[in-house]
Design a protein around this ligand. Structure first.
Ligand code: DGL
Length: 279
């Protein structure tokens, strides 16, 4: 693929499905001047239980689709994709596709923010089974804060609860309480919990209620938005390649009507999506 390196394009935001919209909202709130192109691989979501190989293959296809539509910078607004595909794409694929483009994830910025948040160094991470199994958070935290203890726990029912509009129903209380209880059974000394999945902010009220008193709950959206702002300030050459019309367009691998209807759970505005096939 031969990309023109002089022209400009929107910032690409990729997620397996709808959850990345929670990250996109925060990014747009902080950096409204840029153009955005969101891609949800809704037809193949969720990624949470998929293998490393499949998440990598699907994520690479999505990144290429966003590059083909002019994006110079792509944010993987999905913890599972950041955990399983980001490193390989950055190290193996980008140099071949176009070394001037960038792909960034959500795990590193979230972990960077931890230093200012945890007092005891006992950190909990809640995520999909794939994210927890990858141990990406554990490894990043160990690298940046060698004295910290990380305790991770998978919450496989939380994504389906949100996707099926049950986030505020009584069934959600059961599963929210269950996973939080199990996390604290593993380490009662945790003082800070990262919500390491894009969907979890939609359960935030129930999560806060179920947390032991005094425990800090970290949502990623604002952290990722701050980190992107900082990145663009430190990399003016990349900022200059991100177009600034203030627009936001949406691509989905699902039927567009389905995307439009369900995106409303995550965004409180109407969206018009276009269909894309990834291969
Ligand atoms: N977006 C995914 C994440 O942040 C959750 C949904 C999925 O399993 O695909 O891990």
């Amino acid at each position: 693929m031969n990309h023109n390196t002089t022209d400009i394009g929107p910032i690409g935001v990729f997620d397996s499905g709808y959850g990345g919209l929670t990250i996109l909202s925060e990014i747009r709130r902080r950096l409204p001047q840029y153009d955005y192109l969101y891609l949800g691989d809704n037809a193949r979501a969720p990624y949470g239980m998929r293998s490393f190989e499949v998440v990598y293959e699907f994520t690479l296809q999505a990144v290429k689709a966003l590059f083909d539509r002019g994006c110079r910078l792509v944010i993987l607004a999905c913890n599972t994709a950041s955990a399983k595909a980001l490193r390989t794409i950055q190290q193996n694929d980008l140099p071949l596709i176009d070394p001037t483009r960038r792909v960034l994830g959500v795990i590193r910025p979230t972990v960077e923010a931890l230093g200012a948040l945890s007092v005891s160094g006992n950190v909990g991470v809640l995520g999909t089974a794939g994210t927890v199994r990858s141990q990406s958070y554990d490894m990043e935290i160990a690298k940046l804060y060698p004295g910290f203890t990380t305790t991770s726990h998978a919450c496989p029912m939380w994504v389906p609860l949100v996707e099926n509009e049950e986030a505020s129903g009584p069934g959600a209380d059961y599963f929210v309480e269950k996973y939080i209880r199990e996390l604290f059974q593993k380490n009662p000394a945790i003082d800070t919990v990262i919500l390491g999945c894009t969907h979890y902010p939609l359960l935030i009220d129930k999560i806060r209620k179920a947390m032991p008193a005094g425990v800090r709950v970290v949502c990623q959206g604002e952290i990722v938005a701050c980190s992107l702002d900082d990145y663009l300030m430190r990399h003016p050459e990349m900022a200059a390649r991100c177009s600034t019309g203030g627009t936001c367009r949406y691509l989905t691998t699902e039927h567009t009507d389905t995307f439009t209807a369900r995106a409303g759970i995550f965004l409180h505005e109407d969206v018009n999506a276009s269909h894309v096939t990834l291969a």
